[in-house]
Every structure is written in C-alpha cells, then in structure tokens.
Design a binder for this molecule. Structure first.
Ligand code: UD1
Ligand code: UDP
Length: 358
C-alpha cells in the first residue's frame, strides 16, 4: 500500500505528524506532498525540523493568493503528482484550501481519500474553512471523526456509517508526544521573561476576524482592557495575515506584546503555563482544553462544541466588554474538565484502519 499525505499549512503539519510517525514506524510506503500554501520558515520549515518529519517529496510552491488562485494552482499540481506517484490513498487533515484541493484532485482520479478530523461544523458558510470541511467530508472514503459528536453530525448528513471511524483527534497525540520535551527544553518563558500563570496568551488570525476592521479592532481593544483590568501581560505571537491587516488598518497595539509566530515546542510551553488563552484558532481551542488552560474564543461560533460542553472554553465574540466579561467567568472556573478529544492514539488507529489492520 502506498500512502500520500497532502498538506500545506502549520496546523496540518502539526496534526499530521503523529500519522506520519506511525506510518514510518510500520515501514509503510508513504510520501508527503506539500502544496506550499505556507512557506515562511516560522509557519512551515520549523515544524518539519522540530517534529523530525521527512522532507516533502513534492512541493508545489503555490504560495499565497485569493481562494480560487490558491485552490486552482493546488488542484493542477496535486493531480500531476498523484498521476506520477499512483498512491492507493490520499490523507488530508483539517479544513484548509490545501485539504480541499488534495481531496478533490484525488477523488476525481478515483484514489481513495481519508479525512483526518472529519465531521466538524460551525454552520457558518462565511468561513472558508466550513466550505472546505463540508466538501472534503463528502468526497472522502474514510472519515476519521475525532469524537462521537462529529460522527453523529456526519450520519445526519447522510454519510454511510461504514465510512466513519471515531479515532480521537491527532492533536492529543501531538500534545502528549511533545509536552514533556516542550516543558524541559523550550526556553520561550525565559526568553520573554514570563512567569507561569502570570500572563495571557493570544492567537488571532482567522479571515473573518482580522480582515474585518471592526472585528479585529474590537478584539485588540478587548485585549488592551484585559491587560489594564487584570494587570497581566498579554502575549500575542502574531500570524503574518494579522500583521499585514494591523498595518493596513493602522491599528495600535499598546498593552499587547507582539512576537513572531513561535515554534511548536515554544508555543506549547507558553500555552501550558498561561493563565488564560484567547484565540480564534481551531487547534488552540483543542490544545488549551487538553492542557487544562481556560480558553476564550473570540468568535461567534465554534466547530469544537466539545470544549464548550466540558467547560474549557467560552464564546466571547469580538466586543471588548464581552471579552472582558467572559475572561472574568473563565478566570473563576475550576480547570478539572475531562479531555474530550481522545487518548493520544489517533495516529495509530488511523494507520491501522487504512492498512486494514483494525
Ligand atoms: C490558512 C487557513 C486557515 C488556517 C491557517 C493556519 C485557508 C482558507 N485558511 O489561513 O484555515 O487556520 O492557514 O495558520 O486555507 N503568509 C505568509 N507566509 C506564509 C503563508 C502566508 O506571510 O507562509 C501571509 C500572506 O500574506 C498571505 C496570508 O498570510 O496572503 C494568508 O495566508 P493563507 O495561506 O491564504 O491563509 P491563512 O490566513 O494562513
Ligand atoms: N502554533 C504554533 N506557534 C504559534 C501559534 C500556534 O506552533 O505561534 C500552533 C498551535 O500549537 C496549534 C496550531 O499552531 O497546534 C494551530 O494552528 P493555527 O492556529 O495556525 O490554525 P487553526 O488551528 O486555526 O487552523
């Protein structure tokens, strides 16, 4: 059996790493096809190095562009590489443009598609990620649902039960495999002069937030208010999309400490020791829940309802006073919730299923 892993962005590299590790451990024939959607070293190369992943056999170097430009270029490149390699199955992870392009190109070539992290829904079609995940799920032959909720949702959309496998989310594997190393080796706290539980950690980069002046401005105001009211340092490793918009909109960020995007071990170390996490990231909502750190999601919806159900997360939207109010609630909350995303063996399960060993 020959497996193609198609990926293109930071979260895909991180969440596919446990699957890649397991494929390598079992000496399965596989290769990585990188679309090149992310290309800056701190969004891409650093994760291959730190997670000790094999270099991609193909890199399409599509770079940035509009949705159609990115996805169109990827479709052409992925198809060409798949025709040359003739894999038996293509695995994709998550909800980015790279995921949709990988799944669509493969399905049209009658190559089996496995979708890792299937069955997530925000029911908000204004998010590009929602369109990508709905289409990818319906193109897939193997749907690796992280939770029972995700499985039920897929069944509700008419996807046959035989295609759906509850595996847990590979982010748990990634956290378990790296947390100890992060806490013993990462110097992120030291470098920034931070003390455990005495700072708030922020990531905000989603298109629907940072491309919208009103929403991004509201979030930044909210963060500034948090630093004033709670006297905490607010650390924001900033994604290049957000940096670009901040400059375009002429925003000030007093009260907020910006850093370049961090490597995975450094980020995990900061996240595990933060007093609160404020984010619009999917992966960060999950990780903070796994790490027992309260999370405030600066969005109006989430495709990770499990985090809300166990009490690890709260939806604040982007209005400053609401962000403040939600932060107060989460600061008062006990962090003894259970991790709803599995036991850290999702990668093993996925590889067993595709290789027929389950
Ligand atoms: C993409 C995903 C999003 C995911 C995020 C992970 C889609 C539709 N969006 O958003 O779901 O949460 O990745 O981080 O697929 N840029 C760089 N260097 C890079 C890549 C991008 O500077 O290596 C800058 C460019 O200015 C680019 C902008 O970031 O225009 C946006 O990049 P893009 O890949 O289109 O979307 P993301 O916001 O990264
Ligand atoms: N992350 C990182 N460095 C950072 C910010 C985030 O390594 O500076 C990691 C984080 O640990 C998580 C992943 O990036 O595993 C989340 O990716 P992102 O927020 O870019 O995308 P999303 O999950 O929203 O699709």
């Amino acid at each position: 059996m020959k497996v193609a892993i198609v990926l293109g962005t930071r979260p895909e590299v991180i969440k596919m790493a446990p699957v890649v590790r397991e494929l390598a451990r079992r000496n399965t024939d596989f290769f990585i096809l990188h679309t090149g959607q992310h290309y800056s070293y701190n969004l891409d190369g650093v994760f291959f190095e730190q997670l000790e992943l094999p270099q991609p056999k193909h890199n399409l170097d599509v770079g940035s562009g509009s949705h159609a430009e990115e996805t169109g270029k990827m479709l052409v490149g992925v198809e060409k590489a798949l025709l040359e390699e003739k894999p038996d199955i293509v695995l994709v992870e998550g909800d980015t443009n790279s995921v949709l392009a990988g799944a669509l190109a493969a399905a049209k070539l009658h190559i089996k598609v496995g979708h890792v992290e299937a069955g997530l829904r925000s029911y908000d079609r204004s998010m590009p990620e929602e369109i990508n995940r709905v289409l990818t799920d319906h193109l897939s032959d193997y749907l690796f649902a992280p939770t029972e909720i995700a499985k039920e949702l897929l069944l509700g959309e008419g996807i046959p039960e035989r295609k759906i496998f509850i595996t847990g989310n590979t982010i748990v594997d990634a956290v378990y495999q790296n947390l100890e190393i992060a806490n013993s080796k990462a110097k992120a706290l030291e470098k920034l002069g931070l003390h455990p539980k005495e700072y708030f950690l922020v990531t905000v980069h989603r298109q629907e937030n940072v491309d919208d002046r009103g929403r991004f401005g509201g979030i930044l105001k909210g963060l500034k208010r948090l630093s004033e009211v709670f006297g905490m340092r607010v650390i924001y490793p900033i994604h290049p999309r957000s940096t670009k918009r901040m400059k375009e909109f002429g925003f000030q960020w007093d009260g907020i400490e910006l850093t370049d995007p961090l490597d995975f071990l450094g980020f995990l170390h900061l996240e595990a020791n933060a007093r609160l996490v404020l984010t619009d990231s999917g992966g960060v909502q999950e990780e903070s829940c796994i790490l027992g750190v309260p999370c405030i999601t600066v969005r109006d919806n989430t495709e990770r309802p499990e985090t809300l159900e166990v009490g690890a997360n709260i939806l604040a939207g982007t209005i400053p006073e609401k962000i403040l109010e939600c932060s107060e609630i989460m600061l008062g909350r006990e962090n003894n919730w259970r991790n709803p995303f599995g036991d850290g063996k999702a990668g093993e399960r996925i590889v067993s299923i595709i290789t027929g060993g389950h």
